[in-house]
Design a protein around this ligand. Structure first.
Ligand code: CP3
Length: 357
């Protein structure tokens, strides 16, 4: 009828990125591949940018820089996942917890959170108000990579974020957060709950603005014994997953914890779609221990990238063979290490993308 027409879809229907198909267990010809910390200091192009913009906060909070840095590995290696350049600590200022990343020292939280009064000062996070640049950057990345790769968002898990803000930065023995956990657990629980609510919101915000899968980094949860993981980390991870699945049932969630060998069986019980294993777990054994419902990501030792090209090829093939021909995202077992030769990273991607099941 005159005056009536069907609006054309905003995006032409196109093929889905390989990574999403693999997570869903669809038949794929090879495992999708990306690398944790694929943007960053091992790249010459990043080092040059750091000279011009020495502040990490600026590099990670300016839309143009975030997009440029996120695309640096994309332009050279064409990974199947393009992860937002950001940090798990990026939401903290929006929660009333200022931080900086200091060269040679790492993350610094100027006023650590250690008492009930400190926790009371922590605000819940409203992403659209505090980090609008994250949404803008994700939207631009999505336009840039189209369906040739999946745009990946990420958040820190409650226990890992709490460990930074209680310790005041990186830690070796985690004595301050353990003192709090094991002497005033209710104070830590109220902090963990604030992070839980905030990170659930943040994941939804990232998905609404272009992230097609979101990785939850619980890097330090494995500093806890299994019984304490069950008290101080697992319930909060479950809450986040439940909350996100209610509103975004199709958004794949990936969980990474380093050194998680002792916790492998517990990780799928969070409800995530993908568990990312570190290299201390044999991939074949990891697969068996995880069960068949969940997809697996990983888990080549980042140190392998310092080896010969033949060795790198061999270890990729070993991992892929052990992971089997479905529901595997090839990745390292933790982030790329500073000093990794870029040509070895190029070799890693070349071999990985040449695999055929
Ligand atoms: O994967 C990617 O390419 C995205 C970028 C990314 C960064 N941090 C950039 C960054 C991601 C996914 C993170 C997550 C992150 N940040 C984690 C979880 C992952 C893990 O490694 O377990 C953790 C624990 C942090 C906290 C943090 N931020 C640390 C320990 C450091 C390193 C401190 C140092 O100086 O070595 C940072 C800073 C940081 N975040 C850097 C990068 C590239 C290095 C500093 C720089 O580039 O100037």
């Amino acid at each position: 009828t005159v005056g009536e027409y069907i609006e054309a879809p905003k995006v032409a229907s196109v093929a889905e990125p390989l990574l999403l198909n693999a997570v869903r267990g669809e038949k794929v010809e090879r495992p999708p591949v990306w690398l944790m910390r694929q943007a960053g200091r091992y790249m010459k192009s990043y080092q040059l940018l750091c000279e011009k913009y020495p502040s990490f906060r600026e590099r990670s909070e300016n839309v143009d820089l975030v997009v440029e840095i996120s695309l640096q590995p994309w332009n050279v290696f064409r990974p199947d996942g393009v992860i937002l350049f950001s940090d798990i600590l990026t939401p903290l200022p929006g929660m009333n917890i200022p931080f900086d990343i200091v060269k040679g020292k790492g993350p610094v939280i100027y006023s650590p959170i250690r008492t009930a009064d400190d926790v009371a000062q922590v605000r819940e996070f409203v992403p659209e108000e505090s980090v609008p640049y994250v949404g803008e950057a994700l939207t631009i990345l999505r336009e840039e990579v189209k369906s040739d790769a999946a745009v990946l968002g990420f958040v820190g898990a409650p226990f890992t974020l709490a460990s930074y803000v209680v310790e005041g930065g990186s830690s070796k023995h985690f004595t301050k957060i353990k003192r709090l956990a094991f002497s005033q657990p209710q104070v830590l629980h109220s902090l963990l709950q604030k992070f839980t609510n905030s990170m659930a919101q943040y994941i939804k915000y990232q998905a609404d603005n272009g992230a097609q899968a979101v990785q939850i980094f619980d890097s330090w949860a494995t500093e806890l014994s299994p019984v304490d993981f069950e008290e101080f980390s697992l319930p909060y991870l479950k809450q986040i997953v439940d909350s996100v699945k209610k509103t975004h049932p199709d958004l794949p969630l990936i969980l990474y914890a380093s050194g998680s060998g002792g916790l492998v069986e517990r990780l799928p019980s969070t409800g995530v779609d993908v568990v990312s294993l570190d290299w201390t777990v044999d991939m074949a054994e990891g697969r068996r221990r995880l069960g068949s419902d969940v997809a697996v990501q990983g888990n080549v030792d980042p140190g392998v990238l310092f080896g010969s090209k033949e060795f790198i090829t061999d270890r990729i093939n070993d991992t892929v063979r052990k992971a089997g021909s479905s529901k595997h995202i090839l990745n390292l077992g933790h982030g790329i290490v500073v000093g990794t030769p870029e040509e070895n990273v190029a070799h890693f991607f070349e071999v990985a993308k040449g695999i055929r099941y």
